[in-house]
Design a protein around this ligand. Structure first.
Ligand SMILES: C[S@@+](CC[C@H](N)C(=O)[O-])C[C@H]1O[C@@H](n2cnc3c(N)ncnc32)[C@H](O)[C@@H]1O
Length: 244
């Protein structure tokens, strides 16, 4: 496909994850950002989270983002909000970025950029300074659901919390999305695809149209059949554990 699937399906999202604005601001509260602190946001998308932190908490944020469309949108958002001097967007694979001594490291819905939640926690922890805090937004199986959903292995919340411990982190906050939150996130995908296909009528010059619709309908089907009932989405917040 020439057209970037994600650039189309997430073109209308403010938050590109299933958490509500209230939920994300609660996450920020748990992280307790102080003016002047440095934040690293992995897979920052179109920059809502980075810009909200910069505006509301006076921090400086480095956003790591591989999609140039999203990176441009994040830069525009930062400029519109008057915080372009405190939001830097680095385009490229997050794993290639080297950071140390960061005050706060976040990754909302993008741990796959660092090979999954375990490697992401390891990478994020080494990027944190001594008083560092961390937030990771992750998919997980709902209590009692099978571990494999829609062809993917996922941990449960207790397993994610245990992974914090294994990386020397103390879990200090949890914000879980509701089914309504997740429906809202998915609905925006469907509407964006419908808008795009309306604007690009069926024509041999638009071979991407059929593929985009096929992928979108497939994802919607999987969401409605399996993910909606069997998966959850939560942001886990933590800090370095003190030695006992
Ligand atoms: C589900 S979106 C989440 C965006 C944002 N964190 C949010 O919650 O609004 C995942 C993001 O990770 C980005 N991404 C994927 N692979 C990446 C990589 N290797 N390095 C950096 N970013 C990546 C995608 O382009 C996308 O913007």
């Amino acid at each position: 496909m020439e057209v970037n699937y994600f650039s189309v399906v997430e073109s209308g999202h403010e938050q590109q994850n299933p958490c509500s604005v209230d939920g994300l601001r609660r996450v920020a509260g748990y992280l307790d950002p102080q003016p002047g602190e440095r934040v690293l946001d992995v897979g920052g998308g179109r920059g809502w989270w980075a810009v909200d932190l910069a505006v509301r908490h006076g921090v400086s944020v480095t956003v790591l983002e591989i999609n140039p469309d999203f990176a441009d949108a994040a830069r525009r958002r930062a400029a519109d909000a008057g915080v372009a001097d405190r939001v830097e967007v680095v385009v490229g694979p997050a794993a290639e970025h080297h950071a140390r001594d960061t005050d706060i490291v976040t990754c909302l819905g993008a741990s796959f950029a660092l090979d999954g939640s375990g490697p992401a926690l390891a990478w994020m922890t080494q990027a944190m300074g001594a008083g560092g805090r961390i937030a990771i937004g992750e998919i997980h199986v709902a209590a009692g659901a099978p571990r494999e959903v829609a062809g993917h292995e996922a941990d449960d919340l207790a397993g994610l919390a245990a992974a914090f411990g294994a990386h020397g982190l103390e879990l200090t906050g949890l914000v879980s999305s509701t089914v309504a939150d997740w429906d809202h996130y998915e609905s925006q995908h469907w509407a964006s695809v419908a808008d795009w296909t309306q604007a690009h009528p069926d024509h041999p010059d638009h071979p991407d149209r059929a593929e985009l619709l096929r992928l979108s309908h497939h994802h919607r089907d999987v969401y409605l059949r399996e993910m909606r009932a069997e998966l959850g989405w939560s942001v886990l917040v933590g800090r370095r554990a003190h030695a006992a």
